[in-house]
Design a protein around this ligand. Structure first.
Ligand code: PLP
Length: 395
């Protein structure tokens, strides 16, 4: 077998993630690999922690990137905070709440599920009712930005409800970090995890996490050993902890951490508020185009994520064929529906670097052409102008 170097096609990534990576980040990744205990590298790690504190809006000292994708950040939170027999209230309004349930059960806990419809935000009243009915619950877990549906939940209110009942909180911010307001300290979030491949526009493979003092106390007070050696925070902090002498724990993904550092520098240059506003602007333009075409959003307006737009597939359009043509003829990736929404929606991402005017107009134009050619029931030829109208207003 004679294999050659792999050269991927040049795509525009407008699905649920990974998102388009800023070229500055790819360039940073290609810099020379140095040792993971090299003082120069350790200095960069300290900067990554500080930049992540800014992105999460927290002063938590225990803020660092887990060396693996978002799922590993999720698991780090659950294996450290859940002990066998613990009752955990898990809010599920899409795919990722289901994964939280799995995590609780695999850690030996009991998951009490609070169910909301796919496409709706988590209902704080249902959480309140579940906490009243389960006074012995220790933790509440929910997804801030549900990538499978595009629904944004009110994290501040949900955390308040959990605290009223003396529960700690685990929040999934994989898709929210950098794309919509997220204020870990102001909202009192106890444990949170995210991913690099969504609104940070970095390469996949790292999971920023942050734990406040209450979560750290709970971990210290565990009666049982964390069952995962790799994710046991007491051990990981020997490497990532502040001030302490750096000890070998695992070989850090050095060049991927250069990438995260660069992506966080880019975020701090733009400013968090400006990044949130940019996502909102391009969402409004995309929305104008989508609605002009006659497609509908799954999520109601005040619960919509700007960075993940779940839109209905019009009559006469073949889901897979449309996505295939966009990929093959336009090098454009949009996402399919997941779970309950499979075959019913497309998920159009506007994440990080990909949230820009060129992408919005390109995506609307390509979708309009493909759907018109297939004879789907849409208002053809209106989408791009509608989006341009939003930009024209300087909205
Ligand atoms: N949580 C949410 C809300 C996600 O969208 C994802 C990935 O899409 C994950 C968790 C898992 O992250 P990863 O695929 O990086 O492991």
């Amino acid at each position: 077998m004679s294999s050659k170097s792999f050269h991927p096609p040049q795509r525009t990534l407008m699905g649920p993630g990974p998102s388009d990576v800023n070229p500055r980040i790819l360039e940073a990744m290609s810099r020379p690999t140095i040792g993971h205990l090299d003082p120069a590298f350790v200095g960069m790690m300290e900067e990554v922690k500080g930049l992540l504190q800014y992105a999460f809006q927290t002063k938590n000292d225990l803020t660092f990137p887990v060396s693996a994708p978002g799922s590993a950040g999720m698991e780090t939170c659950f294996v450290n905070l859940v002990e066998p027999g613990d009752k955990v209230i898990v809010c599920r309004n899409g795919v990722f709440g289901g994964r939280m349930q799995e995590n609780v059960e695999r850690a030996g806990g009991e998951a009490i599920m609070v169910e909301d419809a796919w496409g709706a935000a988590v209902d704080p009243q249902k959480l309140e009712d579940a906490l009243k009915a389960n006074a012995d619950a220790k933790l509440v877990a929910f997804v801030h930005a549900e990538t499978s549906t595009g629904a944004l939940s009110d994290a501040k209110t949900l955390v308040d409800v959990a605290h009223k009942h003396d529960c700690l909180t685990i929040v999934d911010a994989v898709t929210s970090l950098g794309g919509v307001p997220l204020k870990v300290d102001d909202w009192g979030v106890d444990a949170i995890y995210s991913g690099t491949q969504k609104c940070l526009s970095c390469v996949p493979g790292l999971s920023p996490v942050s734990f406040n003092a209450a979560a750290q106390e709970a971990i210290k007070a565990r009666k049982t050993k964390v069952q995962s050696w790799f994710m046991d925070l007491n051990l990981v902090m020997g490497y990532w902890g502040g001030g302490a002498k750096r000890a070998y724990h695992h070989t850090a993904p050095i060049n991927t951490l250069y990438a995260l550092h660069e992506s966080l520098v880019i975020l701090s240059e733009e400013g968090l508020e400006a990044a949130w506003a940019r996502h909102a602007l391009h969402h409004q333009a995309l929305r104008a185009g989508i609605e002009a075409m006659g497609l509908q959003f799954v999520v109601k307006e005040d619960e919509r994520l700007p960075q993940l737009n779940a839109v209905t597939i019009p009559a006469g359009a073949d889901d897979a064929a449309v996505r295939g043509r966009l990929l093959n003829e336009y090098n454009l990736e949009i996402g399919a529906g997941l779970g309950d929404l499979a075959g019913k929606v497309w998920r159009i991402g506007l994440m990080g670097h990909a949230a820009n005017r060129t992408n919005v107009l390109f995506c609307l134009g390509a979708l309009d052409s493909v759907l018109s050619e297939m004879g789907a029931e849409i208002n053809a030829g209106k989408a791009v102008a509608a989006a341009q109208g939003v930009y024209g207003k300087g909205a």
